[in-house]
Structure formats: C-alpha cells, structure tokens
Design a protein around this ligand. Structure first.
Ligand code: MN
Length: 307
C-alpha cells in the first residue's frame, strides 16, 4: 500500500494514479497541530484494516496529480539518522577536495546515530529556506525507514517485524564544526515523501536504488546494498539507543555525490519503487544577523572544521 497525506492534511491510499480519501478511518484526525494522527494510524494499520477497507470502498477518488501531496508523516516523535554510512561518501568528505579535507572522517561505528527534530520535516513541493547565506549547505539523498510498532532492543532478525515501510528522504546539512543535530536540524531540513510505501511492496530493502538531481543535473546515485550498516542493522542499533515508536523515521545515510545547495535550486529525489520528491530552495535566506545582535554573527559565516 501507499499512504499519502494530501491537501489540508487529509489521508489517502494510492491505487495506481488514483488516490482514495480514507480520512474518516483515521482516529483523532484533525488538520491542525500536532498533526500526530499518522502515528497511531500506522500502529494499527494492519489490525485496523476493516475500518480503512470500508473507507477504501466509499472514499472519494481523485487523481493524485490533482492534489497537493504533503509529508506523509507531518509530525514524527523523532527522526534518527545515520551519519557516514557509505564508504565512497566517507572518502569524498575527507578527500583532497572534500568539505572536511584534512580531517579523518570516521563512520557510524565511531559517531553512533544522531537526531533531527520533528520540526525539520518538509514535504513535496515545499519551499526550504536556507538558514545562512554565507555557509555551505549540502543535499544528502537518503531513504527513510518508517517504524511500524513500538520496539526496544531488537535484533537484526527481528527488524522486519518493526519496519512499516519506506519513503524518500533528504538530510539537508549545513557544513561546519557544530554538532550534527544543530547543522541538520533547521526547519525544512528533512524533506520526506512523496508517500509511505509499505514494506511488503519493496522486494528487497537492501537493493533500493535512488538518485538526486539539482536543477536537472544528476548529483547522486546510490543503492542501499552499499550501506555500511544495513537497513535492518540500523533499526536494531537505533532500538538499543532509544525506544522506537510507530511513525518514527530512521534516515539511512547518504551515498557519494553530496554537493552544495544554493538559493533558488530545485532538488529532485527519485527512489525506485517509492516515487519522486521535489523541493525548492527559496531565493532568500532566513537570518538577519543585525536583528539577532553581534553575538550571532559568528554563526553566519563559513567556519573551519574541528572534528
Ligand atoms: Mn545524512
């Protein structure tokens, strides 16, 4: 199945190009903050099939091309993300021309996992505002693993029972010396979508291919088979750090080809078996150092990296 959030935060299931509105089957649904109804809906999706099967028969149908598709989980309880999780990406970051040239880039083995705030979520066709005009901000094309049930301390073998599905994900990142949750946690820095594809529709989660274009130029091309920590191992590792809840998202890490995002850019992520996610970058940047005061100015200029 493909779960879609669309228009004024309505919920639908996608059948081919036809979107069926099943909002009436979503308990406590409301088109306003905290937008958290997808979490219990995902938790009960399988056992609650009777309810949404009925909605599927009677729900309004329209072409998905005629709706505004939104982030499929507008407000997850958390986003856990893998740092360096592809060898070629590790090499490019520390290489002669790498952003962090001269420093030794380690991997997930040393860094562990990090968190992005739920407020960093964005959806298809959203406009992302870069926080700093003078600082390098990069795109990182990734896959989002969607958690389907509460889990703690699970093994890799148990991961399949916990994974609900997958979506496309961009881990936007300011480069610099600050901790990852700061650099990767700004508003809009976690676009997801276009929808959630349930696990049963993905024949092999260790062979998902995807690519990212910026303004039509192919920048990244990757496959989950090249991950240092596999999808299942990431879920197991995350579950030892923190209890996983339905609707939580785990970002897979990015392959090689990361590069700079500039104001006005259009980012297009395509994940085979899932779909296409396009976001735009505003021509304007967000901060006004003058308004914030002199103490803030140091955050806005390009900064050397001390790992
Ligand atoms: Mn990343």
């Amino acid at each position: 199945m493909k779960l879609v959030v669309f228009d004024e935060w309505r919920v639908g299931l996608l059948e081919g190009e036809t979107l069926v509105d099943i909002t009436e089957a979503v308990p406590n649904w409301a088109p306003k903050w905290p937008y958290a109804w997808m979490l219990p809906f995902i938790a009960s999706f399988t056992e609650g099939r009777v309810q949404w099967d009925q909605a599927l028969r009677t729900g309004l149908r329209k072409s998905v091309a005629d709706v505004r598709v939104r982030a499929p989980i507008p407000m997850p309880s958390k986003i856990i993300a893998a740092p360096v999780n592809y060898l070629l990406h590790q090499q490019e970051m520390g290489g002669v021309r790498g952003v962090y040239a001269g420093t030794q880039i380690k991997t997930i083995e040393d860094y562990g996992l990090f968190l992005k705030p739920s407020s960093s979520i964005a959806g298809p066709d959203d406009v992302i505002t870069l926080p700093f005009a003078e600082r390098r901000t990069d795109h990182e094309a990734e896959i989002g693993i969607i958690i389907g049930r509460q889990a703690r301390n699970i093994t890799e073998d148990e991961a399949d029972q916990v994974i609900f599905g997958f979506t496309g994900l961009l881990d936007l990142s300011v480069r610099g010396p600050e901790d990852r949750p700061y650099r990767k946690g700004f508003d809009g820095f976690c676009p997801i979508g276009p929808w959630i594809v349930t696990q049963d529709e993905i024949p092999d989660m260790d062979a998902i291919t995807f690519r990212l274009w910026v303004n039509g130029d192919l920048r990244q091309e990757g496959c989950t088979k090249d991950m240092i920590y596999s999808m299942r191992r990431l879920v197991a590792l995350a579950s030892y750090q923190t209890t996983l809840f339905p609707g939580d998202i785990i970002a897979s890490g990015t392959p090689q080809g990361v590069g700079e995002v500039r104001p006005g850019d259009v980012l297009h992520l395509q994940v085979d078996g899932i779909g296409d996610l396009t976001v735009r970058v505003s021509k304007d940047t967000a901060t006004s150092p003058a308004a914030m005061g002199e103490w803030f100015e140091k955050f806005t200029v390009s900064r050397s990296v001390v790992q």
